[in-house]
Design a protein around this ligand. Structure first.
Ligand code: 2AM
Length: 515
């Protein structure tokens, strides 16, 4: 079916990039009554998409598709100020699409990048378009294909006037949660979006704030997934449960504080048998994980800002070590672990508690990173609102997020989630179990990098003193890096002339320098 030229100024919004996410977001917008202009580099994809979705699909919603084979026709088909969403591969392709669009646009038009862009790219693009009088929004879109189709969590960043143009569309398309309980409202179908509820989108902040929030969301997601995998590994190899038994355990967990999309799908996976071999499905899946980079970006940024997010980084490294499959197979023939299980007994409930506490630490780390980034980049992030928009649509949607929102409502300037009275009490109750699970994993040789780093984070954070005193002394010894004293105000620096074999006495000299 060849496409004819679309009518000028007939579409409410346009979308470039008709891969699955793009197609689904278009259908979502059309379900909400928007006429959506669509364009894809390869026109055959546009033709197929339009053929698969004739006007009848949109019934009486008022929405529909306005396809174009030519980018100029696509731009001309949009009402002004134009609103154009780009959903192509992050990086070069996004720049290529922006570069081809810009000469066709007019002042006041808004370009929205819904891809997984690196936030610094978004800052650069927003500035460049701003200089041309164009508006730019970098928006996180979370929830995978299903989310894009029936309600994603949307995290837009940019200028407020850009958001004002996008808001009606984003609010309509976002996932919705119940105003009272915060629970996602399910049940959307093609042509029948959910009615009412609180949308899982809100203005995040200027510049790259939206993509930043999405990036750290993904980092948290890495940690959340890895922690569930470690729970599974411990239940299976330290407690001897079968995948089906673990599936049942996770279904029970899903009734309580751990209620989340990721626990739910893990229970589904563990219950599944492989249709070919009849083995537990999880046993036929090769244990070499892939990644697309957002967890790494989060960790790199955390290192740049000096924010401890060890559990997120460990989750990235866990994927890296899993990817060394062949090397691990060779190592397994050489390196031996414990020869027998330790006598330490742990309960299934203890693993649940360990998962809960570790998960809390991973979220505390991610939200501490938001706090630091908000200050560093001047974004004024509303952390309670961010937790709220994660409640529906996105991969980390969970009951637990409501508690995070409440924590920030109680104390907007909360330094760390672990200090919230509700969470502090939860950890106090559960920490003995958490410790026993980490100990059991260590004794039995079951790797638990995210569990144990979360526990170390907790223990480091709650300790008034750390062995960094010895560390500072070492630094002063070998590099004259100076040290501060516990009996003097902060900011006063001292140095010791460390003795060597010829000069055994210790000579202290105050440097009176500050750095
Ligand atoms: P395509 O169908 O022509 O390949 C995901 O890859 C989406 O991004 C697809 O819609 C793809 O278009 C589009 N895409 C990838 N690179 C692109 C580029 N350099 N310019 C325009 N679209 C691109």
């Amino acid at each position: 079916m060849a496409l004819s030229k679309p009518a000028a100024t007939s579409a409410d919004v346009g979308l470039v990039g008709l891969a699955v996410m793009g197609q689904n977001l278009v259908l979502n917008m059309a379900d909400h009554g928007f006429k959506v202009a669509v364009y894809n580099r390869t026109t055959a994809t546009t033709e197929r998409f339009v053929a698969d979705n004739p006007p009848a699909v949109f019934g009486d919603t008022g929405g529909g598709l306005v396809p174009a084979a030519d980018l100029r026709d696509f731009v001309a088909s949009l009402k002004r100020p134009r609103r154009i969403v780009i959903l192509v591969k992050a990086g070069g392709p996004t720049d290529a699409v922006i570069d081809s669009l810009v000469p066709l646009l007019d002042k006041g038009d808004v370009v929205v990048d819904g891809g997984n862009a690196l936030f610094t790219d978004t800052m650069r693009r927003e500035k460049a378009l701003g200089e041309k009088g164009l508006l730019f929004v970098g928006s996180g879109v979370s929830g995978g294909e299903e989310g894009a189709r029936f309600g994603p969590s949307l995290m837009p960043g940019g200028r407020r006037e850009a958001w004002a143009l996008l808001e009606p569309i984003w609010v309509a398309c976002a996932a919705k949660v119940d105003a009272k309980t915060g629970k996602p409202i399910e049940g959307a179908r093609p042509g029948k979006p959910v009615q009412g509820g609180v949308p899982c989108t809100t203005y995040i902040g200027p510049g790259g704030a939206g993509h930043y929030v999405k990036m750290v969301h993904n980092g948290i997601e890495y940690a959340d997934m890895q922690l569930i995998c470690e729970s599974y590994d411990i239940l299976r190899h330290a407690k001897g449960l079968s995948p089906e038994a673990i599936s049942k355990v996770m279904r029970e967990w899903n009734q309580g504080d751990l209620d989340s999309f990721l626990i739910e799908i893990s229970a589904d996976v563990l219950q599944q048998r492989d249709p070919v071999t009849g083995a537990p499905f999880v046993d036929v899946v090769l244990d070499a994980a892939g990644q697309k980079g957002t967890g790494k970006w989060t960790s790199v940024n955390a290192l740049d800002l000096g924010v401890p997010t060890g559990s997120i980084a460990e989750a990235v490294f866990a994927r890296c070590i899993s990817a060394l499959k062949d090397e691990r197979v060779r190592a397994s023939a050489v390196l031996k672990g414990p020869t027998a299980p330790s006598p330490l007994e742990i309960s299934v409930d203890a693993v649940r508690d360990a998962l809960y506490c570790s998960k809390l630490c991973a979220y505390a780390q991610g939200f501490a990173l938001y706090t630091a980034a908000s200050k560093e980049y001047g974004w004024n992030l509303d952390l309670g609102a961010i937790a709220q928009i994660f409640r529906g649509g996105c991969i980390i949607r969970a009951r637990f997020l409501q508690k995070i929102t409440e924590a920030y409502q109680r104390q907007p300037a909360l330094e760390n989630l672990l200090l919230d009275p509700y969470f502090a009490a939860q950890v106090e109750k559960a920490q003995a179990n958490w410790r026993s699970v980490v100990a059991k994993a260590a004794l039995d040789g079951v790797p638990a990098p995210a569990f144990s780093s979360a526990l170390s984070y907790f223990d480091s954070y709650r300790r008034k003193t750390l062995p960094a005193n010895l560390l500072q002394a070492q630094r002063d010894y070998f590099g004259a890096h100076t040290y501060e004293r516990v009996d003097r105000p902060r900011g006063e620096f001292f140095h010791v002339d460390w003795p060597d074999s010829k000069r055994p006495e210790l000579k202290a000299s105050e440097l009176g320098m500050s750095r």
